[in-house]
Design a protein around this ligand. Structure first.
Ligand SMILES: [Zn+2]
Ligand SMILES: [Zn+2]
Length: 735
């Protein structure tokens, strides 16, 4: 490895800070802690006190800081004091739920708390269900299941009436569309509990977030206190930033993992995409003597994943290449080293991924391998900025009319909907939507309120995975290889597309939209494919215009229509062919912000298309730095003439029908985003634009036209007009 392109920062080990809660611990709990030789860290004691005093809290200390104990102790204390009290623990994955049940079974029997902890999810056998509902005071589940069981209000009446605490683990995962759905689901849950005169407290456990308190408040609808001061000890960590020269980040990461495994270090390598996880694993397996190497990602069958997880834990697996699927959750033990191949989209993810290394007090080595894209290269040039990056804000919206209307249908099926009582859960916009649903004959007005009167079970028709919640199956012969959501299927599984699975290449033969099936065959070709698409946007209404100094940023509703025209065939990063396809367009209504330009922006007309296009790409690259989203959650369109604005215009829109607040947040943070975007372009040493600055891997037009100088002029103009905000750390360490 090239040491000259390596930036190294060591974080010294840290000693623990202990503290006793102010609120008294029961003898049982004190004895339990003493018996296990546990002293509480400061954040655990604080959680105990705040929960005991009835506060809703969000705990944001790092991975492996003892968060489970922090939220379980006060809950166990409550359940021992109040004999009928119940608690609901919600985890993002079934695997994590299984893991946590072991903990609760153990602590319950040690405390003789008689809580009978049990899992209640899609895998729970029918004959066990009534018993669990009747006897278990601690139920572990997930959001999907909660969505289902709320419909059975009467069966669960006793549990809801006694529900005293709701614990949500890995709460930062509930953002974007999933977060918006979750927020409304939790409002439905609160409404049902309130009906039984219960007012459960919320305890959230989360990765470090910007403004975690207000995130918790949006998610749960209740004011929450943040606990962020970590009292746990930490092993020494060596953090390296590596910018490979003359080779791709994928080859560099594979090489690095190989050399670390050869040095006896069990290594987990996180990759940006599913394809990258597969390809790096293939490269690594070329060296036969390394021992077991696997790739891991969502979409794999549960048995397949479980096997990899336990092999990692027992040390039988030398290295694993994973998407962010292994970032959190299931315990795979402490690893010697973590390689982060490509910036995972947020600092939160970086910290979570890094947290996989060096548990149990062992020293940890974490290496970030910068890829050829704007954010990665920015960090490679400004490594200090990597360590001082702002904590992103997790965004979710509770007013998306599409999401809200399906949850209101569920709510009306669970309990008659009374506008005057229920607007405190769903907002004023709900009243409007309910009357719309009445006109569609989906709810009926009765003396008790609005009740659901549709034919189908509303929980079945409420999509929880996205607005259009259809899941597609990728089928090879008779085997289901994996599943995809609708937009992923549209973008990645068109006829002719190459899909990777466990190191094997498959080519899409045909798609069956009626049954949501993608049929694939094995492929021995060595190329990859990338869609060519076109996107058009129309403004439906302008809702507001925000002024930042001299710059006006518009915000409103738009309709986005995109169509895949064909795909490029790529071999060794070169486009070798382009094939046409005839596919129907995909159209959706969403929220967008847009900037309108005039002559004063200083760009000659012939340079305008390339400059606007470049600026659009970089603004989208810069967004995830401030707003917790993937760059695929947002889209952009730029044009030198737009028929609605009659001017050159750049649009940035939420990639989800109805919008979830991303473009809206961008309006607010626009000066910061522009400033960061300008720094990305001005800091890049290339001449005419490159993947590290203005190119976009997702560009539907094969990155044409692009004009780097024009982009820089345009962004500097925007920065000047919007008034320079406090600059982010730009210490130019390498220059
Ligand atoms: Zn460049
Ligand atoms: Zn583009």
């Amino acid at each position: 490895m090239d040491e000259k392109n390596m930036y190294v920062k060591c974080e010294e080990a840290r000693i623990p800070e202990y503290c006793m809660p102010v609120c008294p611990l029961s003898t049982k709990i004190s004895d339990y802690l003493a018996g296990k030789n546990i002293r509480l860290y400061t954040h655990q004691a604080k959680a105990f006190d705040l929960v005991s005093r009835g506060k809703n809290v969000i705990i944001t200390t790092p991975t492996a800081s003892g968060k489970t104990l922090a939220y379980s102790l006060p809950v166990m204390e409550k359940l021992m004091q109040i004999p009928n009290a119940t608690a609901l623990f919600i985890y993002p994955t079934k695997a994590l739920t299984r893991d946590q049940l072991i903990f609760f079974t153990e602590i319950d029997s040690a405390l003789h708390a008689r809580t009978k902890p049990a899992i209640y999810d899609g895998d729970t056998q029918q004959e066990l269900r009534p018993k669990i509902r009747a006897n278990s005071r601690i139920i572990l589940t997930n959001m999907y299941e909660l969505h289902q069981i709320l419909a059975w209000r009467a069966k669960w009446g006793d549990f809801w009436a006694n529900l005293s605490v709701i614990v949500i683990d890995e709460a930062h995962r509930y953002r974007g569309v999933f977060g918006s759905n979750t927020a409304l689901l939790l409002r439905r849950l609160r409404r049902v509990c309130n009906f039984y005169d219960a007012e459960p407290q919320f305890i959230l456990s989360s990765a470090t977030l910007g403004d975690a308190g207000s995130f918790a408040e949006t998610l749960t609808g209740m004011p929450s206190v943040e606990i962020s001061n970590d009292g746990s000890p930490r092993a020494k960590r060596t953090f390296r930033i590596y910018a490979p020269e003359n080779k791709s980040s994928i080859s560099a990461a594979a090489e690095l993992v190989r050399s670390q495994i050869n040095a006896g270090m069990q290594t987990l390598c996180f990759t940006r995409s599913r394809n990258a996880a597969e390809i790096t694993a293939i490269r690594c397996r070329e060296e036969k003597t390394l021992g077991k190497i696997a790739s891991y990602r969502g979409g794999y069958r549960p048995g397949e994943r479980k096997e990899i997880e336990s092999a990692l834990k027992t040390g039988n697996m030398a290295g694993v290449f994973s998407t962010n699927a292994l970032e959190v959750g299931i315990d795979v033990g402490g690893l010697d080293s973590v390689v982060i191949s490509g910036f995972p989209g947020s600092m939160i993810s970086v910290l979570q991924q890094a947290g996989r290394a060096g548990r149990n007090g062992r020293d940890a080595v974490i290496t970030f391998v910068a890829g050829q894209n704007p954010i990665d290269q920015f960090y490679a040039r400004n490594p200090e900025a990597f360590f001082n990056a702002p904590r992103e804000q997790a965004i979710l919206g509770t007013e998306n009319p599409y999401i809200l209307s399906s949850h209101l249908l569920c709510a009306a099926a669970e309990l008659p909907y009374k506008p005057e009582r229920d607007r405190k859960y769903f907002g004023d916009i709900a009243t409007e939507i309910i009357s719309d649903l009445k006109n569609k004959h989906l709810v009926a007005s009765t003396s008790k309120g609005f009740v659901y009167c549709g034919v189908e079970n509303p929980t079945q028709t409420t999509p929880f995975f996205g607005i259009n919640g259809k899941t597609w199956s990728v089928i090879f012969g008779r085997t289901t290889l994996e599943t995809m959501d609708e937009s992923q299927a549209y973008l990645e599984a068109y006829p002719g597309a190459i899909i990777f699975h466990q190191g094997e290449r498959y080519r899409v033969e045909k798609t069956d939209p009626e049954h949501n099936i993608i049929r694939v065959v094995k492929s021995s070709d060595t190329y990859q494919t990338r869609p060519i698409s076109t996107t058009e946007i129309t403004i439906n209404s302008r809702e507001k215009t925000t002024r930042h100094n001299n710059l006006l940023v518009n915000y409103g509703e738009v309709t986005v229509s995109s169509q895949i025209l064909g795909y490029s065939v790529i071999e060794y990063d070169q486009i070798i062919a382009a094939n046409e396809l005839t596919l129907p367009p995909r159209e959706f209504t969403t929220k967008a912000c847009w900037i309108i330009f005039d002559e004063e922006c200083g760009i000659a007309p012939e340079k305008l298309p390339g400059s606007l296009h470049g600026a659009e790409h970089v603004l989208i690259s810069a967004m995830p730095h401030y707003v917790l989203c993937d760059r695929s959650d947002i889209g952009g369109v730029s044009t030198p003439y737009h028929c609605d604005t009659v001017s050159p215009t750049i649009f940035i829109y939420d990639g989800v029908a109805g919008g979830i607040g991303l473009a809206e947040k961008a309006v607010e943070l626009f000066p910061e985003i522009v400033c960061f975007a300008r720094e990305i372009v001005s800091g890049c040493t290339c001449e005419n634009g490159c993947p590290s600055c203005i190119h976009s891997p997702k560009c539907g037009n094969n990155n044409q036209p692009l004009d780097k100088l024009g982009t820089l002029t345009l962004l500097s103009y925007l920065e000047r007009e919007s008034g320079k905000p406090l600059s982010i750390n730009n210490s130019d360490v390498n220059s």
